[in-house]
Design a protein around this ligand. Structure first.
Ligand code: SF4
Ligand code: SF4
Ligand code: SF4
Length: 267
């Protein structure tokens, strides 16, 4: 008798974030049941009452940024018990909105949010600078987006299940505009971060006349100085570029955007 092929053990875990990334998976209505039939979903605390928190996992999706000590403990544990760890969403890949805190005095932020209780944030709740997962552990794949695109998640799952190495889209949003023959908003004097930002959304916002604000985070290969010149030449204020990158790019902004900071804040 042939032994039945074991289904991959999948976990969907969450640290500090809004849970919108995992909702994107659960909202893949017409194909979610196919996915669930092909895998063994052993941990998904948002939708399951009984979860295997000890692994091992074949694939562990983690959404959210590391923003307190408990996040870090969980992340290290999941990493140790996973063959493949996927950073899901821009919180996990770039620290995203939580990362805004890194540009302000941490104590002031804590006091504004927690008032007098700020001094009691200790143990697992003790804050750490909001950081993407790969600042702490090895990450095998990154699917950014706030939230990530359903089509990118489906593609990843399909390629993984068929034994391929999943390929993550790495072109800027502008490439998708070109493919869709969307007239560039910069030509009409509108603001758009597309040249700096990883696509995968099929140029969703420019497609309806709105500039890309950068929810997928910056592409790693972005030619920052050249892009600044392009955006400046088209009237996009550097202050706005700065704000958008602070909002979505978190600490990566420090690495990728030093040129922008210098221009905005002066030498
Ligand atoms: S990336 Fe966006 S949707 Fe996902 S957890 Fe963070 S804030 Fe929520
Ligand atoms: S700058 Fe914006 S509108 Fe222009 S091509 Fe790039 S993404 Fe599209
Ligand atoms: S166009 Fe930009 S802001 Fe809009 S979904 Fe795509 S990456 Fe996000």
């Amino acid at each position: 008798m042939t032994e039945e092929k074991r289904k991959p053990r999948i976990a969907i875990h969450s640290i500090t974030g809004c849970a919108g990334c995992q909702l994107t998976i659960y909202f893949i209505k017409d194909r979610l049941l196919d996915f669930l039939g092909a895998v063994d979903l052993v941990a998904a605390p948002m939708i399951k009452g009984k979860n295997d928190d000890d692994g091992p996992y074949d694939v562990c999706f983690v959404e959210g940024s590391v923003s307190n000590r408990r996040d870090l403990e969980h992340l290290k544990k999941w990493r140790a018990q996973s063959k493949v760890l996927v950073a899901l969403g821009t919180c996990a890949t770039h620290a995203n909105v939580q990362g805004i805190k890194n540009f302000h005095d941490a104590r002031t932020v804590h006091e504004r949010v927690y008032g007098q209780e700020a001094a009691n944030l200790e143990g697992g709740s003790a804050p750490v600078a909001p950081t993407p997962l790969d600042e702490h552990v090895k990450v095998d794949y990154k699917i950014s987006g706030c939230p990530p695109e359903e089509v990118e998640i489906l593609k990843f799952i399909k390629e993984f299940l068929t034994g391929m190495h999943p390929r993550i889209y790495h072109e800027p949003v502008c490439v998708e505009c070109t493919k869709r023959e969307i007239r560039c908003l910069l030509e009409d004097g509108k603001e758009c971060m597309g040249p700096l930002i990883r696509g995968g959304c099929n140029a969703l916002c420019p497609g309806v006349g709105h500039g890309c604000t950068g929810c997928h985070g910056p592409i790693e290969e972005a030619n920052i100085p050249q892009t600044i010149e392009l955006l400046k030449a088209n009237g996009v204020p550097l202050k706005l570029i700065n704000q958008h990158l602070q909002k979505y790019a978190g600490l990566a902004f420090d690495k990728l955007g030093a040129a922008i900071r210098k221009e905005v804040e002066g030498p």
